[in-house]
Structures are given as C-alpha cells and as structure tokens.
Design a protein around this ligand. Structure first.
Ligand code: UD1
Ligand code: CA
Length: 459
C-alpha cells in the first residue's frame, strides 16, 4: 500500500538567531515556528510524521508533544544527515515523503497538496518546491539547463557568481519517492563549502541514476520564507499577522486598524466584536460575540463571553462572563473569574478572585484572594488585605453587601450577605448578616481652632 509521510527538520541550533532559544522554537504570532509547520502538515492527512530533533530536543518534544514521532540527530552534520535519521522509522514505506524545515513557518497545507499533485502528475522521483525571491541571498539556487529542466540545487556558499544571480530558490520543501530518497541519501558526501551532508545533493544523485526530478514553482514567495535570523523572524511575523487579521475580518470581526492589531495564532474571536488600535490578544485567548476591546488592551490566555467591554486594560489567565466590563487602566491577574454584568471600573486590580453577578467595583481597588457574591457594591479605594508577609488569606463577601469607600478588609475574613461596612473602616473580624460594621475613630470637631493654626487662609 502506498503511504504519505512527512519529515520535519528541526535539529539545527540556529546560530544566526544569536539566541539561547533553539531556532525552531522562536515564536511567530505566539506559536513556535516548528508548531506552525506541524499544524499545516496535520491538515494534510499523513500516515507518519517524523520530526528530526537535536539541539534542544527535549524542548522541541515538549512543544509538539505526541502529535509526531521523533528521530534524534545527535550531531548536526547537515540536512541530508538529518533526513537519514528518519530511515529506521520510514524505510519500509512504499510511497511519498514530504520534507519540510521547521524554520519555514508560513507554509500552508494547500501548497503541500499542490506539490503532491504536481509530483504525481510528473511521475517524478523527487519534486522540489521552488519560488522566486526578490532577494535570494542565503537560499539554495535552482539551476536549470537551457531547456528549463532542473539540474541541481546550489547552496549560497557554494554558488559561483553566475549562480548567485539566480532568483529561483529552493524553499526547503520537497516530495520524494520514499525508497529512492533514502537510497540516494547514502550516496551524498560532505565535500562542499560547509562540510555538511546536503539534502539538496540528492537532486543530482537521482538525476544521475536516470530518475525524474521535477520542480514546482509556487507563486507566493512570502509563504516560502525561511527564518534564519531575527530580521526574517520579524518579516515572517508581519506576514503571519496580516494573514491572521484578515481571517478574523472575513469572519465578522471589526479591526479598526489592522496594522496595529496583534493577534496570536490560536486566538478565537466572535462576530461583531470591535477591536480598537494597539490591542494585543495572546495565547489561548477566546473572545465572544459583540465584545468591545478598547485601545491598548492586552489579553493573555483570557476568555470573554459575549457582550463584554474591555477598556485599556491588561487581562491575564482569567475569564469574564456575559455583559461584564472593565477599565480603563485595570488589571486582571491570573485566576480571576468575573461574573455576568459585573462592573470593574478604573484602576482596579483583581487577583485570584471570583466576583458574582451584578457586583460593582468602580474605582481604585485591590481585590486579591477573594470570593465576592452577587450585587455587592465595593466603594472607592477598598483594599482586600490578603497578605500577612508570609501567607495569603481569603476574604469572602456575601450577596448584596455594601463595602464603604477606603475600607480595608483584613483576611482571613467573612463578610455576610446583606451587611454594611462604613467608609474608612479597617475590618479584622467577621461581619454578620444585617450588621453595620464601623471601625474608625469618631470625628472630633474643635471649635475655632482654625484661628490658632500657624497657617491661615485669607479671611
Ligand atoms: C536550507 C537548504 C536551502 C534552502 C533553505 C530554505 C540545504 C543544504 N539547504 O538552507 O537550499 O534554500 O533551506 O529555507 O538543505 N537541520 C537539521 N540538522 C542539520 C542541519 C539543519 O535538522 O544538521 C534543520 C534546521 O533545524 C532547519 C532546517 O534543517 O530547520 C534547515 O537548515 P538550515 O541550516 O536553516 O538550512 P538553510 O541554510 O536555510
Ligand atoms: Ca533555514
């Protein structure tokens, strides 16, 4: 039976990135480059997928998990040597093998399918995916003879001045007859400028053996971009960002200024949501329908239900239920669960807290390690005092409670339903249902004392 398999090359260090992080793990729109590649491969219905790991093998495996098999390339002797490491897993497969590099994050599954179709139509032993680069520097060049037949691929460092003029480049994506691929790889040598075993040399070897090598020229160079340094990383990110933004707009999301809207690859957004300029939506953020995300808001791994309004605020690892709103200039720290129709106003910080339906926290307040019920009014400048210098403690506030402005609620603390805390109180003991708690000095007025003060205003 004929099978379709894929090898993803991801063992290189990525010296040109000048980074402690291995190249294929650098992120493009929040997702590792090699993960982008695997995601597209997964859309193409492969029998086996083998990722070649070497530098940072454990980190690459942790990123991709069990979505792929792995083969270890212990020493980075070149792309040809890398592919050979998949031989034990793939050698008995009758069929075709797609090879992709882990540093080409912009490829789309349809292009792989087109390549397979072309390969089959040409009855080729190998088909190279090529494109035409405005600036081909750094890429392998496609050398064709005078009637346009591919002769070989020449690497930048091995290319003579005439070959360096060629703009048609090797995208690093190929489809091979599986068995012919491995047979040819055993014939490669490292006699070249970089002293590496080049996968690209397989082209000449197959041709020498009388096999057909085809080249499929894709129309869009951008999609084939390889990322070897941070400049290319930024270029790839820009292209991916435009692609992501366009898809959201086509799906019914209004982006007021797509050029300044930064949405990660995994983010989901419902229809009729409006996103103002300068917004960043990161990680696994999910936004419902009819939401409004105001300028310069940043949401990380946050879930918003429908009809939520966020105005210039930072939200991390939290969720907000339908009809709730926050901001401007507020901060949800991780594990904040905001109920339906909750109002969080200006300069409010919430951390590890649950806030029940209809509760209002309007101004200048810190809510940490707390459970708040429904329809509570939290006044201005309230502090949930959750930390004793060593441990964090919890405060529980029942439904319909009223917390006066400038109060301190010193945890651990229970404030019952339908209770009232007077403004300016520092509350350390439980407050029972229907109590009013007041914990401050009574006001004293000293008649005519103003006249004795050293400072006096105009009479
Ligand atoms: C490679 C191609 C070049 C092509 C370009 C497209 C070769 C010899 N050259 O060059 O023709 O134009 O890609 O982007 O194939 N890797 C390993 N093990 C190794 C070496 C590399 O797994 O020993 C992996 C890297 O992690 C990377 C991929 O193979 O994901 C490509 O290697 P890289 O060094 O980036 O090759 P290029 O110089 O870009
Ligand atoms: Ca590369």
């Amino acid at each position: 039976m004929s099978t379709r398999n894929t090898i993803i090359l991801a063992a290189g260090k990525g010296t040109r990135m000048k980074s402690k992080l291995y190249k294929v793990l650098h992120k493009v729109c929040g997702k590792a480059m090699v993960d982008h590649v695997l995601t597209q491969v997964e859309k193409t219905n492969m029998d086996k997928v083998v990722t070649i790991v070497g530098y940072g093998a454990d980190d690459v495996k942790a990123t991709l998990g069990d979505r792929t098999q792995y083969a270890l390339q212990a020493k980075q002797l070149g792309t040809g040597d890398a592919v050979l490491q998949a031989e034990p897993i793939l050698k008995d497969e009758e069929g075709t093998t797609l090879i992709v590099s882990g540093d080409t994050p912009l490829f789309q599954a349809q292009t792989f399918e087109d390549l397979f179709a072309y390969h089959e139509a040409k009855h080729a032993a190998a088909t190279i995916l090529t494109s035409v680069a405005p600036d081909p520097t750094g890429y392998g060049r496609i050398v064709r003879n005078n009637i346009g037949i591919v002769e070989k691929i020449v690497e930048q460092k091995d290319a003579n001045s005439e070959e360096q003029e060629i703009h048609e480049i090797n995208t690093g994506v190929y489809v091979f007859d599986n068995k012919k691929l491995f047979a040819a790889l055993h014939k490669t040598s490292n006699d070249n400028a970089q002293g590496e075993y080049y996968l690209t040399d397989v082209v000449e070897i197959l041709k020498h053996d009388g096999d057909i090598v085809a080249a499929y020229k894709m129309a869009d160079f951008d999609e084939s971009m390889g990322v070897n340094d941070r400049v290319a990383l930024a270029n790839a990110t820009k292209i991916m960002r435009d692609r992501i933004n366009e898809q959201h707009m086509r799906d019914g999301v209004t982006l007021i200024d797509p050029a300044t809207t930064y949405i990660d690859a995994g983010v989901k957004i419902g229809a009729d949501t409006i996103i103002e300029p300068g917004v960043q939506l990161k990680g696994n953020t999910v936004i419902g329908d009819d939401c409004y995300i105001g300028s310069h808001s940043e949401l990380r791994n946050t879930t918003l239900a429908d009809h939520v309004t966020v105005t210039s605020s930072l939200l991390e690892d939290s969720d907000m239920a339908s009809g709730s709103n926050i901001g401007p200039n507020s901060h949800l720290r991780p594990e904040s669960h905001i109920g339906p129709k909750v109002h969080l106003g200006n300069f409010v910080e919430v951390k590890k807290a649950t806030i029940g339906e209809g509760t209002k926290v309007g101004h200048l307040t810190y809510v940490g390690n707390a459970k708040l019920g429904k329809n509570i009014n939290v006044g201005c400048g309230v502090v949930f005092v959750n930390y004793d210098g060593k441990n964090k403690h919890e405060t529980v506030v029942g439904d319909d409670a009223f917390i006066g402005s400038n109060s301190n609620l010193v945890a651990p603390l229970d404030v019952a339903d339908h209770s009232f805390i007077a403004a300016g109180s520092t509350i350390t003991d439980a407050v029972n249902q229907y109590d009013m708690a007041i914990a401050r000095e009574r006001q004293t007025n000293k008649p005519n004392y103003y006249q004795k003060l050293p400072y006096r205003g105009e009479d």
